[in-house]
Design a binder for this molecule. Structure first.
Ligand code: SF4
Length: 276
């Protein structure tokens, strides 16, 4: 990847101006399809891009536009906005959660509600550069709501399967240089299994996964996987009166991110000692 015409040294994929404009443009421009999914970078931003960069960005814009307007499963009927993903376009870490919540549904961006904020703040606290190193997404891109009371619910197998092609693009196109995939909770683990090992009997796997159990490192093809609690699990415990239990759980969770950060910095992927 080359540079744009500015003096910044981050490169195209690390440029937050480009990324944020691209996401906004794909979400809000109704006639982008008519414009053949080409963002007028020069006119809008005054950027002169090399052809290679322009074509890569157009490809990502097409991906983002497609999943922002997707109607491949019934969740499209009850969503506000789809939230395909956000973060660095050349991430060292991919974070996969469950599904957008109400705030994410309103903004079309994953992990911006209370539990997302808890996750981002925790990752920042242990030294992650969220803008340049991390891409955030979920197993499904649209909020799953219970039809009887509109409350948030877990995505069904059918909904998760319908959204797999999106996750596939993120993993195989965006994450070529990614070192670690963090799976937040059981739904993310099942989503990963569905994507990478479609032949696996998910019923058996489901029985093996204990929701809320943080299980640390595993290896999958080229990816180092780290599985930990979903932030909503931590949030739920915060509301309980057992302050000591919450404190110990939260410390364990922070430590999980410390372990991943250490691996990113030093390439040391040892198991988390507290689980041995
Ligand atoms: S959840 Fe995924 S497959 Fe379903 S409508 Fe949303 S973007 Fe499309």
């Amino acid at each position: 990847m080359g540079q744009c015409s500015t003096d910044c040294s981050k490169g195209i994929r690390g440029c937050t101006l480009i990324r944020d404009t691209l996401h906004r443009f794909c979400t809000t421009t109704a006639d982008m399809r008519a414009a053949n999914l080409k963002i007028p970078w020069d006119r809008n931003l005054g950027l002169t891009l090399q052809n290679e960069d322009r074509s890569w960005l157009d490809d990502y814009a097409a991906f983002y536009y497609k999943w922002s307007h997707c109607r491949d499963c019934r969740l499209c009927h009850t969503r506000g906005q789809s939230a395909p993903g956000t973060g660095s376009l050349s991430p060292k870490v991919l974070v996969i959660g469950e599904a957008p919540g109400p705030v994410e549904d309103e903004q079309g961006i994953p992990f911006v509600g209370p539990t997302g904020t808890l996750l981002r703040e925790t990752m920042k606290k242990v030294g992650f550069d969220l803008y340049n190193d991390v891409y955030f997404t979920n197993v499904v891109s649209c909020i799953p709501r219970d039809t009887r009371n509109s409350k948030f619910r877990a995505p069904t197998n059918t909904e998760a399967t319908a959204c797999l092609e999106r996750l596939n693009y993120i993993v195989n196109t965006l994450c070529r240089d990614t070192k670690v995939v963090i799976l937040l909770g059981a739904v993310a683990m099942l989503g990963w299994q569905r994507l990478m090992h479609p032949q696996t009997d998910l019923t058996i796997l489901e029985n093996q996964i204990r929701v809320g159990k943080s299980i640390g490192w595993s290896q999958d093809d080229n990816f180092k996987l780290y599985t930990t609690y979903h932030p909503s699990f931590i949030e739920r415990h915060k509301k309980l009166s057992d302050a000591i239990k919450f404190k110990s759980l939260y410390q364990d969770w922070i430590y999980d991110f410390v372990v991943v950060k250490k691996f990113i910095n030093e390439g040391v992927g040892r198991d988390n000692p507290r689980r041995q």
